[in-house]
Design a protein around this ligand. Structure first.
Ligand code: LLP
Length: 417
């Protein structure tokens, strides 16, 4: 393993000791491994190799341009959900003809920008959006995808479930044929693709199989209605291991894709995010105080919910380990790992067995490469967390820590007359 493992009693990212980076740039920071990113991408690509499939990395999971570029250099496209993500993907070198635009609330400006950049596909999610796109595309024309909501329960956390009838996403499956017909009747619009995405951190293939079957049936029905459907966008959603989950094997996922869509002769697109980056990153922090409270032990660290919001937002589990390997036989006691922010929600974990820790000891949060840095904020006027990319025995700061001056300059005093 060359990704994140212990060597000589110390946690390494590839060939660099985490403690060395921490001492040089300070904490907290995110650290990503190029080998891990590359290995995940290649494993997915290899599993799907027998099918005509394009991997469009879901940039929202980790939109650092150095990360996007790592995938772009391997041939990936990008799945984007905003004008900002489009700019990042293009700046990082993703060719426009490999960019797919998803999202329920694309603005007129964002749609116009996407058309002007000639991106591969816009996946429309509502009739009002279709109308705006129809107006913009009258003259230049646009081949579009329509995202459907198949009404399947993805069996994941409710906040990241997107394919149930009561979720805001997509056109409900019962109206899909009608909306495709409406789209085709618009001058300039040609609907050629069906898109679906039912949720994130999926650990069971059954809901995906059901969704893909529904989409395949729809493609057949649409073709009988006279539409020239040439592609299917299968979305993202494959889960990863944070604790003891058993995410589906990629080869089993590939079988589901083959089984459900294999005989349609469609070009396929997938939009994985978490699966490619989640376990390719850690968040490194240091202990401020190891405090014995009235009834509980609190390890107070210098990362907080503003740097990694997943535990506070989704009750998410992240493994938390000392960067210096704990000696065999060391006594462990349960501790809550908390940040310095002034609310109880700033709790990363409760009751984790940890050795005695002292101020300055480094800890690593595992599986923090997806939906970590991208969801960070400056709450409590904390500086935005930096990001580091490791490759072999080198590292690069791919987003630096801003200065307090920069933080203060973000707002201005009102100049009342
Ligand atoms: N495609 C679409 C249309 C999406 O909405 C998403 C994720 C993806 C692809 C990528 O899904 P993935 O392969 O990463 O599961 N912040 C949450 C996750 C939100 C996912 C949003 N959509 C978390 O931290 O768990």
């Amino acid at each position: 393993m060359t990704e994140f493992d212990y060597r000589g009693g110390e946690l390494h990212a590839e060939d660099i000791a985490i403690a060395e980076i921490a001492e040089q740039i300070g904490t907290p920071f995110y650290c990503y491994s190029t080998a891990a990113l590359t290995n995940r991408y290649n494993a997915f690509k290899d599993a799907l190799a027998s099918q005509d499939i394009t991997i469009c990395y879901a940039v929202k999971a980790n939109s650092n341009q150095a990360v996007i570029k790592t995938f772009a250099d391997l041939g990936a496209g990008a799945d984007i959900v905003s004008g900002g993500e489009m700019r990042r993907a293009l700046a990082a070198g993703v060719p426009a003809d490999r960019i797919i635009f998803s999202g329920v609330g694309k603005t007129r400006d964002e749609l116009a920008y996407a058309l002007s950049e000639n991106i591969h596909k816009i996946n429309v999610e509502s009739v009002p959006e279709l109308k705006v796109l129809g107006e913009l595309a009258v003259e230049r024309g646009a081949e579009i995808g329509i995202r459907v909501n198949p009404d399947v329960d993805a069996k994941t956390h409710e906040k990241i479930s997107t394919g149930k009838a009561d979720n805001k996403f997509g056109i409900d499956i019962g109206h899909a044929r009608e909306v495709f017909a409406q789209a085709r009747a618009m001058p300039g619009i040609k609907p050629v693709s069906v898109a679906v995405h039912i949720g994130s951190q999926l650990t069971d293939l059954t809901p995906l199989r059901n969704a893909y079957r529904t989409v395949a049936e729809l493609v057949t029905a649409l073709r009988s209605d006279g539409h020239e459907i040439d592609s299917i966008d299968l979305g993202g959603g494959l889960g990863i291991r944070y604790k003891d989950e058993t995410p589906p094997a990629l080869t089993d996922y590939a079988k589901v894709v083959q089984e459900t869509t294999g005989n349609l002769g469609c070009k396929l697109f997938v939009e994985p995010g978490r699966m490619l980056v989640g376990n390719a990153g850690i968040l490194v922090t240091q202990v401020i105080y190891d405090k014995q409270g009235q009834s509980r032990r609190f390890v107070i660290v210098d990362a907080a919910m503003n740097d990694l919001v997943r535990p506070a937002m989704y009750e998410a589990y992240h493994a938390i380990e000392p960067v210096q390997e704990t000696a065999a036989g060391a006594s462990l006691t349960d501790a809550d790992i908390v940040g310095p922010i002034c609310e109880t929600g700033d709790t990363f974990a409760r009751g984790r067995a940890l050795p005695a820790l002292k101020t300055g000891d480094f800890l690593a949060f595992r599986s923090a490469g997806a939906y970590g840095a991208v969801m960070s904020s400056t709450y409590n006027s904390r500086l935005l967390v930096p990001e580091v990319l490791v490759k072999g025995n080198e590292y690069a700061v791919v987003r630096r820590r801003p200065s307090y001056d920069e933080l203060l300059k973000q707002d201005q005093l009102a100049n009342w007359q």
